[in-house]
Design a protein around this ligand. Structure first.
Ligand code: MN
Length: 720
C-alpha cells in the first residue's frame, strides 16, 4: 500500500476505466524527483502535488489532469525535463505540465490593485488548455491551506493578497465556486483575522435571531410579485464573509450598520417586468437612498445588465435586491455557470446571447456531443483572451495589447510621447527590431530619443488603434502644415492686390460659412490643398466689395456693432410712423431688421414694435385701432445693433459656456445678457441676448451654434 492509495481509490470511484497504474507511476516519479525537498511544514515536498491531485480527484477530473497535478512542480523545481515526461506519460501530459510551469514562472511577478485584472487575463491567455488553469487553482488552494506554515508574515500577506486579487476571481470566472470561496475565506483570514472573526460572530448571532430569514423573505417577495401578475424566479442567500467585509470597506460602514447581509435576486421574463417588479418593491418597502442603480438602461462597461436596489425588507432588514431578465442573468453568470448549468439541464438556453464567451459555447457543444466530461476537457482549448497579448513594462506594470503588437504599440500604450520618440526596443533584455511581435509575459523596454519623429513606415506593422491613429495624425499634421503655409500666401496675395489689410481674425470670422471649417487655419489648409478657392474667401469677407469703393474691414464692422447698443432708439429706421412719435422695441419678441413687424400704439408711451408672430399681440386683438402698419426702412447706413434673444440648450460639460461665447464672438455677435434658466446634470437651458445687426446676422449666429457639438438646441426665443 503506497501513499497514493487514497487518490487511486477516489479516481476509481468515479472513473472505472482510468489507467490506475499510470497514476501510480506518476506518484513514484514525483516522489523520486522531489527527493530531499521539504515544504515549509517540514513534510516531504511530494505530499504537496499529491494533495493537489486529491483536490482535483474530488472534482472528478480526468486522469491526465490528475497526473499533471502530481507532476506540476517537477519541471520548475527538479531536474525533470519535458522529454522525460513526454516519454513516460505522453505528449498531452507534458504539454499540460509545461503550461502549469509557465504560469508558475509568471507567478513570481508581483502585481497589485488595478494591475490585477490584466494579470488575470494574462493567466487566462497563457492557460491554453482550461485544465492548466484548473491545476494551477488547485495548486494555489493547497498552498493557501498550508499558508500558516510560512513563517514570514509579509510573505503570507503577499500570497493572501494575490490569492484574493487574482486566483479567487479566476476560479469564479471559470465556474469553480467552491474553490473561489475557500480561497477567499482562507486568504481573508490571513489578511485580516480580526475582521473575519467578528463577521463570523455577527453572522451566527443574526442567524440565531431569525432562523430561516432568507426563506421567509423569499416567500414574501414571491407573494408580492405574484399578486401583481409577474412571473418571477426569486433566489436569496447569505453573503460570504469576505464579500461582506469588502462591502464594509467600500461603503465605509461600521459593523453595527451592517445589516444587509442577505442578497436576493428576482429574475423575470422581460425588461418591462423588471421595472414593474422594481415599482412594486419600491412602493411596498422603504428604499435605502443612494443604493438604486439601473444597469439596464446604462449597462456596465463589461456589458453587465441588471437593476440593483436596497430596501428595508419584510422583517425590517436591509436587503439587497437585483432584478434582471433571464437573458441578463445568464449573461452575468456565464463563465461561472457552464458546468453548473449543464447539470441544471438548460445549458443551451443559458448560453444564448453569450457571444463573448465563445470558448465556453464550444465547451458546451462538446459536452452535448460527448457524454464524458473528460472528453470535453481533452479536446478543448481555452480561447479566452487569445486575441490579446500581455507584456510587462520595466517597472513590472502589465500592459494589455492586441495580438501581434510590437514595441511601438507598447510605447504608444505607455504614452503618446514615448511612442513618437521611440528609436529602439529591448525584449527580455535583448535589442530587437521595432517590428517584432511580442509574446505573453515578455518584458519590454523602449529606447527613446528627443530627435525622433513618428515614421510613416511604422503604420505598416503597428496593430493597436492608439499607435495607428497617432502615427496617422502626425503624418496628416505635417501635410497640413505645408498646405497652411501655401494657403496663407495665396490669400495674402489677393488681399494685397485689392488693397486690404490681411488678418487671421478676418478669415476666422467667415470660416463657418465654409463646410467643415472652423478656424483660419482650416481655411488656409483648405485653400492650400485646393479644396477652397482663394477668391471665395475674399468674397465672403467683403461680400459687397467693388474694386473702387473702400470697404470697412470686418473688425471695424464688428466694432461698430458693439458700440451700437449705446445709441438712442429714436434713430431706428421704422417706416409708417407718425412723425415725432416715440418708438420702442417690444421686449417680448425682440424684433430685428428683416422680421415682419407691427406697431402697437400705447397711450403715453408711443409705439411698441412687435414681430408679427408675437404672442403678446393676441391681447390687442380687440383693439384693431391701436395697430399700426409699420416696416423696416431700407437704410444701408444702419449699423445700429439690435437685441436678438435665443433659447439655447447646451451640454453641461466643462468649457461648454466658453465654447458658446467663442462661437458667438466669432460670428460678430455680442452677448449682452445670459441667464441660466434650468440646470440639470446633463444640460443647461440658457436664455441669451445677443447684439446683432438684423435677422440674417442672427440666423448666422444660430447656424454657427447649431454646428457646435456642445450646443444641443438653439431657437430664437419668442414671447418671453
Ligand atoms: Mn505547487
Amino acid at each position: 500500500m503506497s501513499e497514493c492509495t487514497h487518490l487511486i481509490e477516489t479516481v476509481k470511484s468515479y472513473n472505472e476505466d482510468a489507467d490506475l497504474p499510470r497514476i501510480e507511476r506518476a506518484y513514484e516519479f514525483a516522489k523520486k524527483k522531489h527527493h530531499g525537498q521539504t515544504r515549509a511544514s517540514g513534510e516531504p515536498y511530494y505530499t504537496h502535488p499529491m494533495e493537489v491531485a486529491e483536490i482535483l480527484a474530488g472534482m472528478r477530473m480526468d486522469p491526465d489532469t490528475i497526473i499533471t497535478a502530481i507532476l506540476h512542480d517537477t519541471i520548475e523545481d527538479t531536474d525533470a525535463t519535458t522529454e522525460e515526461i513526454t516519454e513516460l506519460f505522453g505528449h498531452d501530459v507534458a504539454t499540460l505540465v509545461n503550461g502549469v510551469s509557465k504560469l508558475t514562472r509568471i507567478e513570481s511577478q508581483t502585481v497589485e490593485g488595478k494591475q490585477a485584472e490584466n494579470f488575470r487575463k494574462l493567466v487566462l491567455a497563457m492557460s491554453e488548455d482550461i485544465r492548466v488553469l484548473i491545476v494551477k487553482l488547485a495548486d494555489r488552494l493547497h498552498n493557501i491551506r498550508t499558508l500558516h506554515h510560512i513563517s514570514k508574515p509579509e510573505k503570507r500577506k503577499r500570497i493572501a493578497r494575490e490569492t484574493l486579487e487574482i486566483y479567487a476571481p479566476l476560479a469564479e470566472r471559470i465556474g469553480i465556486h467552491k474553490i473561489k470561496e475557500e480561497l477567499d475565506d482562507i486568504a481573508f483570514s490571513h489578511m485580516n483575522p480580526e475582521a473575519r472573526e467578528s463577521i463570523v460572530n455577527r453572522l451566527s448571532f443574526l442567524r440565531k435571531e431569525g432562523i430561516d430569514l432568507v426563506d421567509k423573505v423569499i416567500s414574501e417577495l414571491s407573494t408580492l410579485v405574484t399578486k401583481a401578475g409577474i412571473e418571477a424566479k426569486i433566489t436569496g442567500r447569505e453573503k460570504t464573509r469576505y464579500s461582506i467585509w469588502r462591502k464594509m470597506q467600500r461603503k465605509n460602514v461600521s459593523f453595527e450598520q451592517l445589516s444587509d447581509i442577505m442578497a436576493f435576486r428576482i429574475v423575470v421574463p422581460d425588461i418591462e417586468q423588471c421595472y414593474h417588479a422594481l415599482g412594486i418593491l419600491h412602493s411596498e418597502y422603504p428604499t435605502v437612498p443612494g443604493r438604486f442603480k439601473d444597469f439596464i438602461s446604462t449597462p456596465k462597461a463589461n456589458g453587465y445588465r441588471s437593476i440593483h436596489t436596497t430596501v428595508i425588507g419584510p422583517h425590517s432588514q436591509r436587503i439587497e435586491v437585483q432584478i434582471r431578465t433571464e437573458d441578463m442573468h445568464e449573461e452575468a453568470d456565464l463563465g461561472v455557470a457552464a458546468h453548473w448549468a449543464y447539470k441544471q439541464g438548460n445549458i443551451q438556453e443559458a448560453l444564448a446571447g453569450a457571444k463573448k464567451y465563445r470558448w465556453l459555447r464550444e465547451l458546451v457543444d462538446i459536452i452535448d456531443q460527448e457524454a464524458q466530461a473528460e472528453d470535453f476537457l481533452e479536446s478543448t482549448k481555452l480561447e479566452l483572451f487569445q486575441d490579446q497579448v500581455y507584456v510587462f513594462s520595466p517597472k513590472g506594470d502589465l500592459i494589455e495589447l492586441p495580438q501581434g503588437a510590437t514595441p511601438i504599440d507598447f510605447a504608444y500604450a505607455v504614452h503618446s510621447d514615448v511612442g513618437g520618440k521611440c528609436v529602439g526596443a529591448k525584449l527580455n533584455g535583448r535589442i530587437v527590431p521595432l517590428s517584432t511581435k511580442m509574446k505573453n509575459g515578455d518584458q519590454v523596454e523602449v529606447i527613446t530619443s528627443k530627435n525622433q519623429q513618428p515614421s510613416p513606415a511604422w503604420e505598416r506593422f503597428v496593430v493597436s488603434g492608439k499607435a495607428k491613429s497617432h502615427i496617422r495624425r502626425f503624418v496628416r499634421q505635417q501635410q497640413r502644415d505645408e498646405y497652411m503655409i501655401l494657403g496663407k500666401a495665396m490669400l495674402q496675395k489677393i488681399f494685397k492686390t485689392e488693397e486690404y489689410e490681411f488678418t487671421d481674425k478676418a478669415v476666422s470670422s467667415i470660416a463657418h460659412q465654409f463646410q467643415n471649417m472652423e478656424t483660419f487655419e482650416d481655411i488656409y489648409a483648405g485653400v492650400g490643398s485646393g479644396n477652397i478657392v482663394a477668391r471665395d474667401i475674399f468674397k465672403a469677407i467683403f461680400p459687397s466689395h467693388k474694386s473702387e469703393e473702400p470697404v470697412k474691414t470686418i473688425e471695424e464692422t464688428a466694432e461698430s456693432l458693439n458700440k451700437g447698443k449705446k445709441k438712442s432708439s429714436s434713430a431706428m429706421p421704422i417706416v409708417g410712423l407718425i412723425p415725432g412719435m416715440a418708438v420702442h422695441f417690444a421686449r417680448c419678441c425682440h424684433p430685428l431688421p428683416g422680421d415682419r413687424i407691427v406697431g402697437i400704439v400705447t397711450t403715453g408711451k408711443g409705439v411698441t414694435v412687435h414681430t408679427i408672430d408675437c404672442e403678446t399681440l393676441e391681447r390687442f386683438a380687440d383693439t384693431p385701432e391701436r395697430w399700426l402698419d409699420v416696416s423696416w426702412g431700407d437704410n444701408d447706413d444702419d449699423s445700429e445693433g439690435h437685441v436678438g434673444r435665443l433659447d439655447i440648450v447646451i451640454a453641461n460639460t466643462p468649457g461648454a459656456l466658453g465654447v458658446l461665447s467663442i462661437v458667438i464672438g466669432k460670428n460678430s455677435g455680442n452677448i449682452t445678457n445670459l441667464k441660466i434658466t434650468n440646470r440639470s446634470s446633463d444640460f443647461y437651458d440658457i436664455l441669451l441676448d445677443v447684439y446683432v445687426s438684423d435677422t440674417k446676422h442672427l440666423n448666422n449666429v444660430i447656424a454657427a451654434l447649431r454646428a457646435t457639438p456642445e450646443v444641443v438646441e438653439v431657437e430664437r426665443a419668442k414671447g418671453r
